[in-house]
Design a protein around this ligand. Structure first.
Ligand SMILES: [Zn+2]
Length: 175
């Protein structure tokens, strides 16, 4: 006789599972760097300091993806002490992570993605459609299943003082 927990285990072993992931990232602005968000270069704005191109939007997406699957996080996979990842476009990190995910979960499918960028500048609205298109291409998710929202921090704290910006990402996936 199979118990309820055996059934649950069998379901996990054979896939069909639904997962939710959440990711957060933040970086300090740096005047001698270019700004990269969602895999796009945003012109005429200070960039973000970091080991890679410091695309905090993609870093939040990566951690949400890895979190959904309970895999090691972005800092464990791409340590800032490893010269291999110095200055690399975060698009490449996303592609590397998707490769790992598909190796481990061949039926993996990203269902939807909800991203919030918190910054006093640049304004996100003018870049929103291009960001959604970039994420859609990079992650293989239809545009209508991707949301990108920009918010300010109402002048409060380190974000309000324009010291840096933050990104939050929630997503769901099937494995
Ligand atoms: Zn980061």
């Amino acid at each position: 006789m199979t118990s309820k927990s055996d059934n649950a285990k069998q379901k996990m072993d054979t896939g069909g599972d639904c997962r939710v992931g959440f990711g957060f990232d933040s970086h300090r602005f740096s005047h001698d760097r270019k700004l990269h968000l969602c895999g796009l270069e945003i012109p005429d704005h200070p960039g973000l300091a970091g080991h890679s191109d410091a695309d905090c939007a993609l870093h939040a997406v990566i951690d949400a993806l890895l979190g959904a699957l309970a895999l090691p996080d972005i800092g464990e996979l791409f340590p800032s002490t490893d010269p291999k990842w110095k200055g690399v476009p975060s698009r490449l990190l996303v592609q590397t992570v998707l490769g790992l995910v598909l190796q481990r979960f061949p039926d993996f499918e990203l269902v939807n993605l909800d991203l919030t960028l918190i910054t006093e500048s640049p304004r996100i609205a003018p870049h929103k459609e291009a960001m959604i298109a970039s994420l859609s291409e990079l992650l293989g998710v239809p545009r209508e299943r991707i949301s990108v929202k920009g918010k300010t921090n109402e002048g409060m704290g380190w974000i309000g003082k324009k010291e840096g910006m933050a990104a939050l990402c929630a997503l769901s996936a099937r494995i």
